[in-house]
Design a protein around this ligand. Sequence first.
Ligand SMILES: Nc1ncnc2c1ncn2[C@@H]1O[C@H](COP(=O)(O)OP(=O)(O)OP(=O)(O)O)[C@@H](O)[C@H]1O
Ligand SMILES: [Mg+2]
Length: 252
Amino acid sequence: MAVRNIHKSFGKTEILKGATIDFEEGKITAIIGQSGTGKSVLIKTIIGVMDADEGEIYFRDEEVTTASSDRRKAIRRNFGYLFQDSALFDSLTVYDNIAFPLVESLGMRDKKKIAEIVAEKLEWVDLPDVGRKMPAELSGGMRKRIGLARTLASQPEVLLFDEPTTGLDPVLAESINDLIVRVNEEFGITCILITHDIQATFRISNYIGFLYDGVIQEFGHPDDLSSTSHPVLRKFIMNSFSDLEVTGCPDM
Ligand SMILES: Nc1ncnc2c1ncn2[C@@H]1O[C@H](COP(=O)(O)OP(=O)(O)OP(=O)(O)O)[C@@H](O)[C@H]1O
Ligand SMILES: [Mg+2]
């Protein structure tokens, strides 16, 4: 999975100016950068809720951007995503929320099979008994788990997370980070992660890209990035770790 030379403007403001990044299959790649630099815009162009003005998006060497619209839809069925608000349907039970993509996107009709998958995913996120509840009855952390269960039900090959831990207390945030690692390790799903939690990013990611001034300016393993000479990135990382006295802080 890769994006090449992505450009995106809003009015006269050019947000992405040729962003290029490779997402290695089966690995966790994070995109970090200051607020408003276009991280969410970049993921939106990947999943297709927003069109790039220019540039290419590849899934397994196939160019998504120039594919027919049917083919594009088919390719994008391999993508799952979890956004900050979990985006559950408030009027549907948890069960129906998870069953929804199975019926609507995958066209499954076998009720027994659907029930099996829903139960399996609820079990996986450690919430086996909430199927009959409405989303409003759940805590933020639980909603997030249900959002993940729903995404996993359609067996994506690539999962995109936009700020999955924002708004959660540190313990819950940790449990979501653990789930991302499990998703990656147990199912081999390629994970693309955007988060302000830089400490977690350095711990759980295989690769990190730094988006600045519309392009990915630095890219590498967390260890490589922690010894970067890029002044803005150095400052960005240092600020994120300044409240940490314990080890785990990159060697700056
Ligand atoms: N639909 C849109 N219409 C106009 N401007 C937009 C739209 N979506 C995003 N922008 C602008 O693009 C810029 C980048 O937004 P984006 O949400 O991608 O930032 P971000 O890097 O995800 O920031 P944050 O870390 O705060 O989430 C912002 O200035 C934003 O106002
Ligand atoms: Mg964002």
